[in-house]
Ligand binder design. Structure first.
Ligand code: DGY
Length: 349
């Protein structure tokens, strides 16, 4: 798996990045490339044994970059490159303290995750989870077509029905790409929350309103967001600041016909509170691509058991094109980092 030489710089790669991208790394004679040989998270012991002396490290979501790992790497480590836009698995204070650069993969996955967010909104509102499992379990014959069977709230509006108010918890790149996809659905009213520290966004909002012919776009607080949204998209970064930001208090404020979509990180939504909200019908349904504690989400998980909850196993960026682009960017980031060049996508620490 590796060729060793004193003069080579070592890069540890926690997942094989495939036949299109690995040659970018392997073709450099100055580099020793050490790759975890399985398509599952690298074992901690393997990583700790191999990281010593490394100049670069490529990880994916789920491989924790901790002070212990950085300690084991030693002083050569210049760059940690994650094949993800999210970075809460990296101890940023610890990498910053050691002067290590962090590369990540924003932008290239925006379209894929926005596509999936729309899919989840439609699946949840149209009862796709419940109805698909009915077909798969052979129960369709028991449910003949009925005038109001399996009806759910409609996402689109042609002007004769009340247009949906779309809420975004977090209004970054992916949320805005999701909004762009919603315009043909007749969306006219948008509300969103931003982090309290983010700068004023009036100019951007005016430009978006003009471009998409919106009647209104408003920054609101989370209580207002919960109260007014017909579909609430959770598209904000994970981490301690946003943990359980969607909790019982927020869910209780939502409309009975509202849909909650989470395509960001499972930690933002309190799973028990969401299961209760669905069971007691405070909201209509939920579509989630991420669950706190994933991938340990079995059939007995409170959300998997809820018929009105569509649960997907974190596939937001899983298109062939996007994953290839993410892998290539992760490789380019690590290469730039080890050779002391500016990273194509560097996280501001
Ligand atoms: C990311 O890039 O952070 C995604 O969640 C992984 O698909």
């Amino acid at each position: 798996l590796s060729e060793n030489s004193e003069s080579q710089m070592k890069i540890v790669v926690c997942r094989d990045l495939g036949p299109d991208v690995m040659p970018l790394l392997r073709s450099r004679s100055e580099l020793e490339i050490v790759v975890w040989p399985h398509d599952r998270p690298s074992e901690r012991k393997w990583l700790l044994d191999n990281i010593n002396g490394a100049t670069g490290l490529i990880v994916v979501f789920g491989e924790a970059v901790t002070p212990e790992l950085l300690e084991a790497a030693g002083p050569n480590l210049r760059v940690v490159s994650t094949m993800s836009v999210g970075y809460e698995h990296i101890d940023l204070a610890a990498v910053a303290a050691r002067g290590i650069k962090v590369g990540y993969t924003p932008d290239v996955l925006t379209d894929a995750v926005a596509d999936l967010s729309i899919m989840l909104a439609l699946m949840a509102s149209r009862n796709a989870g419940e109805t698909m499992s009915l077909v798969q379990s052979g129960h369709w014959p028991l449910h003949s077509w009925s005038p109001f069977g399996f009806c759910g709230p409609q996402l689109s509006s042609d002007g004769t029905t009340k247009p949906r108010t779309i809420g975004f918890l977090g209004f970054g790149r992916i949320a805005q790409a999701t909004l762009a996809r919603l315009i043909p659905f007749g969306v006219k009213h948008v509300i969103y929350t931003g982090s309290p520290s983010s700068p004023p966004t009036l100019e951007r909002d005016q430009a978006l309103a003009k471009e998409y012919k919106l009647d209104s776009i408003l920054r609101v607080d989370i209580a207002e967001l919960a109260k007014e949204s017909d579909v609430l998209f959770v598209l904000a970064p994970g981490g301690p600041k946003t943990r359980h930001i969607v909790n019982e208090e927020v869910l209780r404020k939502m409309k009975k016909t509202a849909i909650l979509v989470n395509a960001s990180r499972g930690t933002l939504v309190d799973s028990d509170a969401l299961a209760k909200a669905l069971k007691e019908k405070w909201i209509w349904g939920a579509g989630i691509d991420v669950v706190e504690g994933e991938p340990k989400v079995g059939m007995d998980h409170c959300l998997v058991k809820e018929p009105r909850c569509v649960v997907l196993p974190h596939i937001g960026s899983a298109t062939l094109e996007t994953r290839l682009a993410m892998a290539a960017l992760a490789a380019k980031n690590v290469l730039a980092g080890v050779f002391g060049e500016p990273l194509p996508s560097e996280l501001n620490l």
